[in-house]
Design a protein around this ligand. Sequence first.
Ligand code: FAD
Length: 468
Amino acid sequence: RQADVECRIVVLGSGPGGYTAAFRAADLGLDTVLIERYATLGGVCLNVGCIPSKALLHAAEVIDQASHASDYGVDFGAPTIDLDKLRGYKNKVVGQLTKGLTGMAKQRKVRVVTGEGLFVSPNEIEVTGADGKTQLVRFEQCIIAAGSQALKLPGFPWDDPRVMDSTDALELAETPKKLLVVGGGIIGLEMATVYHALGSEVTVVELADQLMPGADKDLVKPLADRLKKQGVSTHLKTKVVEAKAAKAGIEVTFDGESIPDTKIFDRVLVAVGRTPNGGKIAAGNAGVRVSERGFIAVDAQMRTNVPHIFAIGDLVGQPMLAHKATHEGKLAAEVAAGEKKEWVARVIPSVAYTDPEIAWVGITETEAKAKGLKVGVGKFPWAASGRAIGIGRTEGFTKLIFDEATHRIVGAGIVGVHAGDLIAEAALAIEMGAEVADIGHTIHPHPTLSESVAMAAEVFDGTITDLY
Ligand code: FAD
C-alpha cells in the first residue's frame, strides 16, 4: 500500500513530550510529522491537566486571599462566583496555549495529522480520523509519546456523570454541595483545593497513612493543618469499599477509622493515579515491547527495544510529570537526529500546587533513612521570614538535605506559598553538585521567600542571623 504521508520522523501524541520532541526534531532539520487524535495539540497537560488546574487554582487563591484580607482591615465581603465565567477563563487560558502550539508547529513546518494512530509495521502508522478516513504514515524513525489517562478504579458507577475523573472535575459542571475526593495525592488535593474555594463541602479519603504519599511527612503537615482549619475533612488509611448511584447522590461505603461506614455525596472525584497508554497503540506490530501495565521500557537515550523507535513521557514510567516528558522529548529528538547524548539529569522536582504548595526534589529524608544514608538537614521555618510574616503565611518551611561527609546537597523540600517556584534553586544546586555553603554564601534578595533557601543553608552552619 502506498503511504499517504512520508517523513523522516513521526511523533505519536502531542502532549508536552510529543510537541517538544516534534519541535526539536524540526529545529534540527528533520522532516517531522506529529500525530494527535484530538483537535487541539498539547495533550493532557495543556488541555485537561497542568494548565486548566492551575488556572482554577489561581481563582481559588484569590478567593482565599480575599476572605483573609479582613485580617488587615480590607473587607471584600463574601465572593459571588460565576461558574460559567470561571470556566470561560480556564478555557481561554487553555485555548491561548494550544493555539500557540498550532502556530509553532506551522512555523517549523511540522505536519500535523489528526486522528488515532496505530502501528501497522515497524515503519508505518495508520491514522484514523474522526470521519473514519485513514491515512498511512511511513517513517524512518518514530517517537512514541501517547501519554497516560486517569485510572478508572473499578467498582464505581462510571456511567453516572456524578462520578468524575480529573478531566470531568476540570469541566466545572457544577459546584457540588458535598464532594468526595478519592485519593489524597497531588491531583486529588489540587482539585479539593479548587472545589473547597468554590464552596463545596469536601471530604478526602486516602489509602496511605499520609496525604501526598512520596513527600516527607513534615512537609505535608502544614497543608494537612490548613485543610483541617478550612473544614476539608481528610481520612487516612481509608478505603472505598463500594460506591452506588442513588437518587439522592452517590452512596459510598468506607473501610476506615475516622469516617462513618456509609455516606452520600453529590459528586465523587476519583484521583487514584494514571495508567499509561502504551498498550493502546498496537505497538506489537512494530515489535515494540510493552509491559502488562502499559509501560514501554527505554534506555538512557529513550530508545525502545526497536532501535529506530523511541518512547518518552508518562508511558515510559514515573514520575508522570510534564517537565520530565519535555526533557525526554528533547533528548529523544536530539538522539534521533544523531547527537551523542543520554539522560544525565540527576533529579526531577515534584510540586503540588495546593495551598500551601509542597515541593520536593532529590532524595527525601524518608528515603535517606530507609537507605541508611548519612545526611544532615538544614531547616528554616518561615515564621522567621519577614516576607512570610508580611503576607500572613508563616506556616511554611524550607529544608535542605545534604550528604554529611561531602556537604553536597542531595535533596530539598519546601512547603509554603510559591514553594513550586522556589524549589528550582535546589534542583540547580543538586545538578551543579553544590555544597550547602554555596547556597549560604550566595546573596539572596531581601525580603523574599527565596531567602529561606539561603537561611536553611545557614541554619545548618549554626550561623543564622536576624536578617529579616
Ligand atoms: P500526554 O500529555 O498524556 O499526551 C499524550 C497525547 O497523545 C494526548 O494528546 C493523546 O490524545 C495522544 N494520543 C494517545 N494515543 C494516541 C493515538 N493512538 N493516536 C493519536 N494520539 C494519541 N504535570 C506537571 O508536571 N505539573 C502539573 O501541574 C500537572 N498537573 C496535572 C493535573 C492533572 C489534572 C493531570 C491529569 C495531570 C497533571 N500533570 C502535571 C501530569 C502531566 O499532565 C503529564 O505528566 C503530561 O501531560 C505527560 O505528557 P506526555 O507527553 O507523556 O503525554
